[in-house]
Design a protein around this ligand. Structure first.
Ligand code: NDP
Length: 611
C-alpha cells in the first residue's frame, strides 16, 4: 500500500515542530542583515603593506643560483594537485618533471595551514591520496595536519620529485614560443627555464585574505593569519599547549571551518579569548577515532578508489547500497539530496513532483539545521551564548563543520563569544578592536578570515601566462573561464590547469584532482604515442564546453541567492565570472568523471589537435 505525500513527508523528517514560513522569513532576514554592497571588495589583498601576512614562518629563506635549463614538464604547486599530476605522469613514464612550489616543502594547503587543531574534515581513508600506492594507512579516521603534510612529502619522495623541485620559488610569468614549441617559465628567484609542458595546480583557496576593517594597519600588537601560524609567539604545536598565550588576551576574527578547529586550543591556552563572530558556523558532531588495528585486514586491492567512489556517489546525491564512510557528510547528503527524494518516492509509489521534491528537501534541511541548533543549546551552558551560536541558514549555504570540542569551549570562563549581529568588527585601534561600540584591548589578533575567492585566476595564481601571439590569459579569461573540461584552453598549447577551472567540485577535493591528473596523463601519453610533442584544443571544442558549462550553470543559483553571504555565493552577489561555483560543472562530479571516462574510452581525443 502506498502513502500520501504528507504522510511520507512526516515519515521522512518527523513531525513538524517548527513553522516553515516563519523559519524561511528568519533565514532571509538573517541574510539581509549581512548583505553588503561592497561584496568581495570588503577584503584587503595581502600585498604592499600587508604582504608580510604571506611570509613563510615555517622555514628560513635558502639562497641558490638561478636555474636556466630545460625540463620536459613543469608542474606549478606542490600540494595534492601537483603531487597527483606529477605522480600520474611518472607512472605513465614521464621522468623529467620539475615541481615549482612557493612553500619550503611539499604539502600545499597542508604546508601552510598548521594552526593548532588543523585536521582534514573529510575521512582520511578517502582524502589522503595514493594510500595504496604508498602502502599507508592514516592513524585516525580524520587525520591531523602534521600527518597529512608528512604524507604529501612521502608522495614526493616516492615519485622522486625532490631532486628537480624548486622550493621557496614563485612563478612570475610564463610565455609560449611557437618557434621552439616550449614555454619559458620565470620565477621570483631569477630562474628562466624552458619546458615542453606546463601544468598549473595553484590550489583553489591558496591566497589568504584580510578583512577591510578601518584601522587594521594601526594596531601595534601581534597579528597573523591562521595560514601562517606564529608558533614562536604562541608556543605549542598542532596538538595545542600554546604556553606563550598563558598571559595574553587574544582575539580571533572569524568563525569558519578554520576557527572551529583552532578555537578549542586557543580557549584552553589563552588567558582570555575573544571569539569575534559575524556568522555562526553549523557545527555537527565529529566522532573522530583511531584506525582500528584490523582495518587493513578488510581491505582488498583497489579499496581506496572504491571507497572514494562510494563517498563521492553519496555526497553527490546518488544512491548506494552501502555507506562505507558513514559520517556527518554522508548523513547530511543522505537526508538533504536526491537520496532522500528517491526513498520518499519509493514509499509514495510514484515519482515526486518538482514542487514535492523541493518541499521535501527544504523541510529536511530545516530539520537538520534545527538539530544543529539544538546541539548548540544542549552543549553551551549559557543560554544567551548558545543562542548566538545557532546558524540560521540552509545547510549548504556555508561549508558544514564537524567538531566535538568547539561548542564546549564556550563553557570556559576565559572564553568570550563576541557576536556582532552580522556586522563584523567596527574598527581596529592601536591596542585592540571596537565591536558593537565597545573597545576590547588585546595583545594579539588572529585573522581566521579565509582565502581569496571570486578574484581573477591570475591574481590568485600570482602570475600571468602569455599564450600564442602574445595573448594574455588574464585578458582571455577577463569575462570568465574558457576551457575544454577545465583542463586546457585554446591558443595555450601544452598548458594544463588543475583545480576548479570549469571542472567538478567535490567534497573530497583530491578525488577530483586525481581524475584530472589521470586525464592529463592520458592526453600526454597520446602525444608521445603519436611521436609528437604538442597538443592543443580547438576553439570549437572550447566553445562547446563553455556552452555546456553555461547550460548547467543555473543549477543551485536560486538556492545560493537565498543564502547568507559567504564565499559559496560570492558574498551574496550573483553574476561574478570568477565565483566559486562558476568554475564548477553543474552536472556534478559523477557526471563529470563519467564524461571524462567516456571521452577517453572513445579514443578520438575529440577537440584536441596533436602535432
Ligand atoms: P572562511 O572563509 O570559511 O571563514 C572566514 C570567517 O571570517 C567567516 O566566519 C567570516 O564571517 C569571518 N569574517 C570575515 N570578515 C570579517 C569581519 N570583517 N569581521 C568579522 N568576521 C569576519 O575561512 P576558513 O579559513 O575558516 O575556511 C576556508 C575554507 O578552507 C573552508 O571553507 C574549507 O573549504 C577549507 N577548510 C578545510 C578544512 C578541512 O578539514 N578540509 C579545515 C579548515 C578549512 P562570515 O561568515 O560572516 O563571512
Amino acid at each position: 500500500m502506498t502513502a500520501s505525500f504528507e504522510v511520507v513527508l512526516e515519515d521522512t523528517i518527523g513531525k513538524l515542530d517548527f513553522d516553515p514560513a516563519e523559519l524561511k522569513a528568519k533565514y532571509l532576514a538573517e541574510r539581509d542583515k549581512r548583505l553588503r554592497s561592497d561584496g568581495n571588495e570588503q577584503y584587503v589583498e595581502v600585498k604592499g603593506d600587508f604582504s608580510n601576512y604571506v611570509d613563510d614562518p615555517y622555514c628560513e629563506p635558502q639562497e641558490r643560483e638561478p636555474v636556466t635549463d630545460h625540463v620536459d614538464v613543469v608542474v606549478i604547486g606542490g600540494g595534492f594537485g601537483g603531487l597527483l599530476m606529477s605522480g600520474r605522469l611518472r607512472e605513465a613514464g614521464f621522468d623529467d618533471i620539475r615541481v615549482i612550489e612557493k612553500g619550503g616543502n611539499f604539502g600545499g594547503t597542508w604546508y601552510w595551514n598548521r594552526y593548532p587543531g588543523a585536521m582534514c574534515d573529510v575521512e582520511s581513508y578517502c582524502y589522503l591520496p595514493m594510500l595504496e600506492e604508498l602502502d599507508y594507512l592514516p592513524k585516525h579516521k580524520y587525520s591531523f595536519a602534521p600527518e597529512i603534510m608528512e604524507h604529501t612529502q612521502n608522495i614526493a619522495r616516492f615519485y622522486g620529485l625532490y631532486e628537480k623541485a624548486l622550493l621557496q620559488t614563485s612563478v612570475t610569468r610564463m610565455e609560449w614560443s611557437d618557434e621552439t614549441s616550449t614555454w619559458t617559465v620565470e620565477t621570483d628567484r631569477g630562474d628562466k627555464m624552458t619546458a615542453r609542458v606546463v601544468a598549473m595546480a595553484n590550489g583553489p583557496l591558496n591566497r589568504p585574505k584580510l578583512p577591510g576593517i578601518p584601522g587594521i594597519d594601526t594596531y601595534t600588537g601581534k597579528t597573523f593569519h591562521t595560514s601562517r601560524w606564529d608558533y614562536d609567539y604562541t608556543g605549542g604545536d598542532n596538538a595545542g599547549d600554546l604556553t606563550g598565550l598563558a598571559d595574553k588576551r587574544v582575539a580571533i576574527i572569524g568563525t569558519g571551518a578554520t576557527a572551529v578547529q583552532c578555537v578549542p586550543h586557543l580557549g584552553a591556552s589563552a588567558k582570555e579569548l575573544f571569539v569575534i563572530q559575524r556568522t555562526p558556523s553549523s557545527v555537527d558532531e565529529r566522532n573522530n577515532r583511531e584506525t582500528p588495528e584490523d582495518f587493513a585486514d578488510s581491505l582488498e586491492p583497489g579499496w581506496q578508489q572504491r571507497r572514494m567512489d562510494n563517498f563521492n556517489a553519496l555526497v553527490s546525491g546518488g544512491d548506494q547500497d552501502e555507506d562505507l564512510v558513514s559520517d556527518g557528510w554522508t548523513d547530511i547528503f543522505r537526508k538533504l539530496t536526491g537520496i532522500a527524494a528517491k526513498s520518499a518516492s519509493r514509499k509514495l509509489g510514484r515519482r515526486l513532483t518538482g514542487a514535492e521534491r523541493a518541499e521535501l528537501m527544504e523541510m529536511a534541511d530545516y530539520r537538520k539545521m534545527s538539530d544543529v541548533r539544538n546541539r548548540a543549546e544542549d552543549t553551551v551552558e549559557d543560554t544567551a551564548t548558545a543562542d548566538k551560536l545557532k546558524p540560521w541558514y540552509r545547510q549548504f549555504c556555508k561549508r558544514p563543520c564537524f567538531h566535538d570540542e568547539y561548542l564546549p569551549t564556550f563553557n570556559r570562563p576565559n572564553v568570550h563569544l563576541v557576536d556582532t549581529e552580522g556586522k563584523g568588527v567596527d574598527e581596529i585601534t592601536e591596542t585592540g578592536l571596537v565591536v558593537n561600540g565597545e573597545h576590547i584591548e588585546v595583545d594579539c589578533i588572529i585573522f581566521a578570515t579565509g582565502f581569496e575567492v571570486g578574484t581573477s585566476y591570475h591574481r590568485r595564481a600570482g602570475y600571468d601566462i602569455v599564450g600564442r601571439d602574445g595573448e594574455l590569459l588574464s585578458e582571455k579569461w577577463a569575462n570568465g573561464l574558457r576551457t575544454l573540461h577545465g583542463l586546457q584552453t585554446a591558443n595555450f598549447p601544452n598548458a594544463f590547469f588543475l583545480g576548479f577551472t570549469q571542472t567538478a567540485i567535490t567534497v573530497n577535493v583530491p578525488h577530483s584532482l586525481n581524475e584530472q591528473a589521470k586525464h592529463v596523463a592520458h592526453i600526454l601519453t597520446e602525444v608521445r604515442n603519436r611521436g609528437g610533442s604538442k597538443v592543443e584544443i580547438t576553439p570549437v571544442a572550447e566553445q562547446g564546453w563553455v556552452d555546456e558549462m553555461f547550460a548547467k550553470a543555473r543549477m543551485g543559483e536560486r538556492f545560493r541567492a537565498e543564502c547568507t553571504p559567504g564565499y559559496y555565493n560570492n558574498e551574496g552577489q550573483t553574476g561574478n565570472a570568477n565565483g566559486f561555483f562558476t568554475g564548477s560543472y553543474g552536472g556534478g562530479p559523477i557526471k563529470f568523471f563519467e564524461l571524462l571516462d567516456a571521452w577517453r574510452a572513445a579514443g578520438e581525443f575529440e577537440g584536441c589537435e596533436f602535432s
